[in-house]
Design a protein. Sequence first.
Length: 294
Amino acid sequence: MATLSQWVAGARLRTLPIVIAPVVIGTAAAVGQTGQVSWFRFVLALLVGLLLQVGVNYSNDYSDGIRGTDDERVGPVRLTGSKLATPTQVRNAAFGCFGLAAIFGLLLVILSSTWPLLLVGVAAIFAAWGYTGGKNPYGYRGWGDVYVFIFFGLVATLGTTYTQSGQLTIAALLGAIGTGFIGCALLMANNVRDIPTDSEVGKITLAVRLGEQLARLSYVLMLSVAIVLPLLLTGSNPWMWLILLTFVPAAAPSWVMLREQSLPKLVVVLKQTGIVNVVYAVLFTLAIVLNTWL
């Protein structure tokens, strides 16, 4: 029986900034439009994102574990592959997270009267399971990065803005694209580390398709595009130049990705990329708040 600390480790908390950032950015974009925020809706959106991400992590743990993908790997603990928990227990934990996310999501839709998001929510849950689950998981064919960009970039950010203000803005769109790219960069760092073992078991991620060197370069490119993109807003919001400060925390993981040859040592990049995403969201929010209220 896995301990509580092992279940927490299996939830892979270092990946959670991938959902915190888009909710913060989406809320900030709504504030720039309306000048106000519904904190209760913010918390609901955050809970939906966090539960979906933890559910995805447990789902991946279960699916990769029963396929033998995690038998030989480096990085955070895997409950199924390490036999710390039974596959059924891990699968049920994933389903429990998805179920709670659905409940909080339904409440958010009701409160904000954003009924089209019901279909989006259903699609998000099915996509979360289909990433590595089922008979033909798209994560094994190199489409996992597209999933992250769409659901943890566009959907999470724009959906949050929509539930806050009932409208979408250019700021929300650019922020969604930017945080989506950072999320993809985090996934790329994870998959570069796993290229040898993924290749052996037939898990053809985008990193495997690109090859190690191009995959490493793509990480740096995605971070760079994400940071520069919001500068398109500086014509109406000069405070958005603050976003360039994100290059400071982005420098360390970029250097590691380009220079560190030992794949196990790339684990540190996951945490560093999460920090980049949080800093990006904070600076994006600060720029909008300063422009709106000063």
